[in-house]
Design a protein around this ligand. Structure first.
Ligand SMILES: *[C@@H]1O[C@H](CO)[C@@H](O)[C@H](O)[C@H]1NC(C)=O
Ligand SMILES: *[C@@H]1O[C@H](CO)[C@@H](O)[C@H](O)[C@H]1NC(C)=O
Ligand SMILES: *[C@@H]1O[C@H](CO)[C@@H](O)[C@H](O)[C@H]1NC(C)=O
Ligand SMILES: *[C@@H]1O[C@H](CO)[C@@H](O)[C@H](O)[C@H]1NC(C)=O
Ligand SMILES: *[C@@H]1O[C@H](CO)[C@@H](O)[C@H](O)[C@H]1NC(C)=O
Ligand SMILES: *[C@@H]1O[C@H](CO)[C@@H](O)[C@H](O)[C@H]1NC(C)=O
Ligand SMILES: *[C@@H]1O[C@H](CO)[C@@H](O)[C@H](O)[C@H]1NC(C)=O
Ligand SMILES: *[C@@H]1O[C@H](CO)[C@@H](O)[C@H](O)[C@H]1NC(C)=O
Ligand SMILES: *[C@@H]1O[C@H](CO)[C@@H](O)[C@H](O)[C@H]1NC(C)=O
Ligand SMILES: *[C@@H]1O[C@H](CO)[C@@H](O)[C@H](O)[C@H]1NC(C)=O
Ligand SMILES: *[C@@H]1O[C@H](CO)[C@@H](O)[C@H](O)[C@H]1NC(C)=O
Ligand SMILES: *[C@@H]1O[C@H](CO)[C@@H](O)[C@H](O)[C@H]1NC(C)=O
Ligand SMILES: [Cu+2]
Length: 564
């Protein structure tokens, strides 16, 4: 009897020790600094982390904790966000500017704690201040926990491919100019794969990214869309792709000739090097179904079979077949193919019932503009439920934690102010402004239905909707206006995919669910940077639960100060 008790105590202690030992702790330094790069035949200085574009990759295992100290050697304040990391109970390290922290002033440092308790696969980090993320971003590679393996055959090799944008002009000036004139910001001048525009752009042949493979082997590609304003088609000539994960959660594998990947999304894909040894183009080009100006260029990298030919050669001009750049059914069908893996070790925990329902219109609008810099009497804006988000100058987390008033209001509407025909191009384009947040109780079962809209601007398009602090289950999507009686009947509550960003169909709707079991202050926004800058954002505040484990952590000793 007694011996049994002692044994179980020892076993419990051992278990605790083993559990603790499972997660490693890593420390990294990120130095924000300007660096000159030559691309598209000209040289310009950009803000980087450690002088590289894209920035350094963080590699860890699920269960690890990573401390990153950001040293700002630049000339203006910046914040860094760990995109897709849940950060349980710890919004203090999440990063969006003036939502969870104020910018890190030049000449100072700030240490963030990245808790990889839940995610497995690929995520990324990026600046979350104005448009700095164009050049300040990098991959987060999260391997299975020590002692466990992938839910598929161990790949022979791995490669991270980051789709980015390159602007000849300064990105901060581009968004400042657009906000001042009230018009569309300049589009990018090139797309990049791992920082390189590739063979189809002037002066770029010598630097095109190359990825070497051995015939007969299988590779795990980790693909990240870090572009600012454009979704992409991605494919490899003569090769099909098997999607096994999205946003650091596994899916039931499916094979496809191309991906549709929107800004903020990450996809884990198996590639079989099963073609005749040779050189093949890896290609990304924009998907754009709206009427806004966009970058219609194509970025390439090279898949190079070992032993095939000399490294300076280029593949034949043959590309994978993509649908039309504006075929709205392409992202819709792609999302429809995503199914959560749902294995014993990767269960699906979608709420079967909900107690908080939020119906949210997503719109591009106008506001009156009487500033002398404006090109006309109106300026472009954007909104959620007809509220164009106004970013405060003290962070919302600080105001919430310390009970400071006058920073935000707790009255974000749970439904649109009027049930009009949301997709009608005759709708009024004007919106209202505010810093209105959604208050949730700990453990609420939440459903959000995002509703795509149109109005007299005729700028309807898809939107990559992103939520901080959570992954959410995509339970349904459809075209036109959501019908709250009939549409829920077709929800997938069996094996929906779990994501942090998804494409809301143009003039359609998308329903998602999650349990609000992460206390804190969490940003929700469109991941097209111009839409977010125009106010297509809101904030969720999840209140504390009743136990220590369900309460938000207290702030770290140091947080960057907010200027007055
Ligand atoms: C960034 O650069 C600093 C200073 O050179 C170096 O100490 C640090 O290890 C680098 N960080 C990474 C993630 O490579
Ligand atoms: C970039 O190049 C310009 C022109 O040569 C130079 O003035 C500037 O100092 C360089 N910037 C950096 C960060 O090296
Ligand atoms: C980081 O900032 C703190 C003050 O917040 C300072 O004491 C420390 O020396 C700084 N560390 C480095 C490496 O710059
Ligand atoms: C934006 O584009 C216009 C027209 O091409 C150009 O004149 C301007 O310099 C660009 N702005 C920036 C900041 O690069
Ligand atoms: C891209 O757009 C430019 C005008 O902005 C046009 O001249 C060019 O033909 C387009 N290219 C493609 C491949 O559609
Ligand atoms: C760059 O590569 C492409 C594709 O092989 C080729 O058509 C083009 O001539 C090359 N350009 C230069 C400047 O070498
Ligand atoms: C998407 O699916 C629909 C219905 O099956 C089909 O008509 C359409 O052609 C598909 N679109 C693409 C781009 O494959
Ligand atoms: C954030 O607040 C600071 C003042 O603390 C202000 O200078 C900055 O412009 C604000 N950022 C945004 C995106 O509004
Ligand atoms: C903020 O207000 C709540 C509720 O009134 C209270 O429980 C909490 O202690 C206050 N926090 C601070 C930091 O004053
Ligand atoms: C809503 O507007 C769209 C676009 O004009 C139209 O196709 C649709 O029939 C309208 N729906 C209703 C119910 O009137
Ligand atoms: C369902 O939609 C109708 C409009 O079609 C609206 O009047 C009603 O309030 C909605 N019900 C709920 C529970 O959201
Ligand atoms: C909860 O946390 C507080 C402060 O850290 C501590 O004093 C208290 O003992 C904890 N309560 C329990 C039940 O663990
Ligand atoms: Cu958008």
């Amino acid at each position: 009897m007694n011996l049994g008790k002692e044994m179980s105590v020892i076993l419990v202690i051992l278990g605790v020790l083993l559990c603790k030992a499972q997660g490693a702790v890593h420390h990294h330094d990120f130095v924000l600094q300007e660096k000159n790069f030559t691309k598209l035949c000209s040289t310009k200085s950009i803000l980087t982390v450690n002088g590289s574009f894209p920035g350094p990759t963080i590699t860890a295992h699920k269960g690890d904790i990573v401390f990153v100290t950001v040293h700002n050697h630049g000339t203006y304040g910046v914040t860094i966000h760990w995109h897709g990391v849940r950060q349980p109970n710890d919004p203090w390290s999440d990063g969006p500017e003036n939502i969870t922290q104020c910018p890190i002033p030049p000449g100072t440092n700030f240490t963030q704690r990245i808790n990889l308790a839940y995610e497995e696969g690929t995520l990324w980090w990026h600046a979350h201040s104005d448009w700095t993320r164009a050049t300040v971003h990098g991959a987060i590679v999260i391997h299975p926990p020590h002692g466990s393996s992938y839910p598929f055959t161990e790949p022979y090799g791995q490669e991270t491919l980051i789709i980015g944008e390159w602007y000849k002009g300064d990105v901060m000036t581009i968004i400042d100019d657009a906000l001042a004139t009230g018009g569309e910001p300049n589009t990018s001048d090139a797309f990049t794969i791992n920082g390189q525009p590739g063979d189809l752009y002037a002066c770029s042949n010598g630097t095109t990214h190359r990825f070497s493979v051995v015939q007969g082997k299988t590779y795990l590609l980790r693909i990240i869309n870090a572009a600012m304003n454009e979704a992409h088609y991605f494919g490899i000539t003569n090769h099909s792709l098997t999607v096994v994960g999205i946003d650091a959660a596994y899916v039931k594998p499916f094979t496809t000739p191309y991906l549709v990947i929107t800004p903020g999304q990450t996809m884990d894909v198996l590639l079989q090097a099963n073609q005749t040894p040779g050189l093949y183009y890896i290609v990304a080009s924009s998907f754009q179904d709206g009427s806004s100006p966009y970058d219609n260029t194509t970025t390439t990298a090279i898949l190079q079979y070992s032993g095939s030919s000399n490294a300076s050669q280029h593949p034949p001009m043959a590309f994978p077949d993509f649908p039309e750049h504006n075929d709205s059914t392409a992202p819709f069908n792609f999302t429809n193919r995503l199914r959560g893996l749902g294995s014993e070790s990767h269960p699906i925990e979608v709420p079967k019932t909900v107690n908080r329902m939020i119906y949210m219109t997503v719109a591009v609008n106008v506001l009156a503009c009487n500033a002398s810099t404006c090109d006309s009497t109106t300026k472009l804006a954007a909104s959620l439920n007809n509220v164009s988000f106004q970013t405060p100058s003290i962070d919302i987390l600080d105001a919430y934690y310390w009970n400071k008033t006058g920073v935000f209001t707790k009255d974000f509407p749970k439904e649109p102010p009027n049930y009009i025909n949301f997709t009608d191009p005759d709708n009024n384009a004007f919106t209202t402004t505010g810093t209105r947040v959604i208050m949730l109780n700990y453990n609420d079962s939440v459903e959000v239905v995002w509703q795509g809209t149109n109005n007299s601007l005729n700028t309807a398009e898809n939107h990559p909707m992103h939520l901080h602090g959570f992954s959410y289950y995509v339970v349904g999507q459809g075209w036109g206006v959501f019908n709250n009686k009939t549409d829920p009947e077709s929800y997938n509550l069996v094996d929906p995919p779990e994501v942090n960003t998804v494409s809301l169909p143009m003039n359609g709707w998308l329903a998602m669910r999650f349990v609000a079991n992460n206390p804190g202050v969490w940003f929700m926004h469109c991941h097209f940077e111009r839409h977010s800058s125009w106010g297509m954002d809101t904030v969720l505040i999840v209140k504390d639960g009743k136990t220590n484990e369900t309460r938000m952590l207290p702030p770290p000793k140091y947080m960057p100060p907010c200027s007055k």
